[in-house]
Design a protein around this ligand. Structure first.
Ligand SMILES: [Zn+2]
Length: 426
């Protein structure tokens, strides 16, 4: 038997307006647009403040209240019938990479605003309030660390510890936050975090899987874990013309042996494990000098904690054994265990896709998202939509209006289910 949530979820999904959503996405992408479909909206910068103003005035014109917190996370609140109930939160980020695309982050915010408009259009009342959030500084380009807004919100990071930091342009974080708060004067300052019923984030996949399989929705079960290692290879500098090969301690040649051995160690027939040497520096990096030192930055990722432990724990020993002439030191500089999203939220998203008869695939996220940190403080989940060729963090990032609307429909029905239709028995 269909519940009120089901009926209201179908009604809300049906009220998603594909053309309205698409023109909102395209128009929003012009804020900080750099041509060729690209966007540069660095966190708390002028263009990003313009995007905040746009969201706040959109909300105000539709009668929603707007809130802002100490780290300038921006919330648009649609009230529920039970004013004391903990809200369901949905959203993503509106900052971009310097040469970013129009949809990374922005899709999750604009699709969530469309979901609010659809709930209104279908006259759906929910018991819980629904809040759309734009998290501050997910990308971590101008200020570090990334996911700053969601980390501070969830208590993973204290704002007082980072407020004095300077951005890449020399502006302090506290000054940049003050200008962001001033940009939306209609927002009520909310210094403390309210209890949250659930969090769901819609996002482009930023990978090729959904498109390759022709599936419109990804139900994200978790975010893979990551370990970062710095490897230093120390040999001896020497003249490239006078030093016989037999007398060299060439750090570059040993670094090649190390990378080759690690490629073997991390090769994965299932192509799930991600091993990247993303940074490589030589000293002195001069054509006619045998390199004295090589420095490698390694990124290792896998959704299974056991695999991540097994593969990562042997990296130091394999690197040391592979070097023939040089000393090797390996240091682990960052680690984040794989995260699993809440089973009930995953099930609610899956139920929404069935209700709407939209094909969906359960999958793991290869990239970090704000939802990773929300997952520590409330039941959380994510909805992916495909993006063209998996390209992201690039002006070529692209989705279709049909894909955008399908994700918004699933999001709307999921929000109704999480927030509870007013008529449901509870
Ligand atoms: Zn993103």
């Amino acid at each position: 038997m269909a519940t009120y949530s089901d009926l209201d979820g179908i009604a809300a999904a049906a009220a998603i307006d594909e053309a309205r959503l698409w023109s909102h996405l395209v128009g929003f992408g012009e804020i900080g647009g750099i041509g060729g479909g690209g966007v540069c909206r660095l966190a708390l910068g002028e263009e990003e403040l313009a995007a905040r103003r746009h969201i706040a005035s959109w909300a105000q014109s539709r009668g929603y209240r707007v809130f802002v917190d100490p780290v300038a996370n921006l919330f648009v609140r649609r009230e529920g019938t039970d004013p004391g109930a903990a809200p369901v939160i949905t959203g993503s980020h509106i900052d971009t990479q310097p040469q970013g695309g129009r949809f990374d982050g922005a899709y999750g915010v604009i699709a969530a605003l469309e979901a609010l408009a659809a709930l209104d259009g279908a006259s759906v009342k929910t018991r819980r309030p629904i809040e759309v959030v734009a998290w501050t500084n997910e990308e971590g380009v101008r200020f570090t660390p990334g996911a700053m807004g969601s980390m501070v919100f969830s208590g993973a990071l204290a704002l007082s510890d980072i407020a004095g930091r300077r951005g890449s342009d020399g502006v302090t974080l506290s000054a940049a936050l003050a200008s962001a708060l001033a940009a939306t004067p209609q927002a009520t300052f909310r210094p403390t975090v309210p209890p949250i019923a659930a969090y769901v984030e819609a996002h482009i996949e930023q990978g090729p899987e959904l498109e390759a399989r022709g599936i419109p929705i990804g139900i994200v079960e978790g975010i893979q874990g990551v370990r970062w290692f710095d490897i230093e290879v120390s040999g001896s500098g020497a003249h490239a013309g006078t030093t016989p090969l037999s007398r060299r301690r060439d750090a570059f040649q040993d670094a090649l042996r190390i990378v080759s051995a690690l490629n073997d160690w991390t090769s994965d027939r299932g192509d799930v494990l991600r091993f990247t040497v993303g940074r490589f520096d030589l000293t002195p990096n001069s054509r006619n000098t045998v390199p004295a030192r090589a420095s490698l930055g390694i990124d290792l990722r896998h959704p299974d904690a056991n695999v991540l432990r097994e593969k990562g724990d042997r990296i130091a020993a394999i690197a040391a054994a592979a070097a023939r002439y040089c000393a090797v030191s390996v240091r682990e500089v960052f680690t984040k265990a794989p995260a699993s999203f809440d089973a009930a939220v995953i099930g609610t998203i899956e139920a929404a896709t069935r209700l709407l008869r939209i094909p969906a695939l359960r999958m793991s996220s290869g990239a970090f998202h704000d939802a990773l940190f929300l997952n520590d403080v409330c039941p959380a989940g994510m909805i992916f939509i495909p993006c063209e060729a998996g390209i992201s963090h690039d002006p070529a990032e692209s989705i279709t209006s049909v894909q955008a609307a399908a994700g918004a429909r699933v999001l709307a029905a999921t929000l109704v289910a999480l927030a509870g239709a007013d008529g449901d028995v509870r």
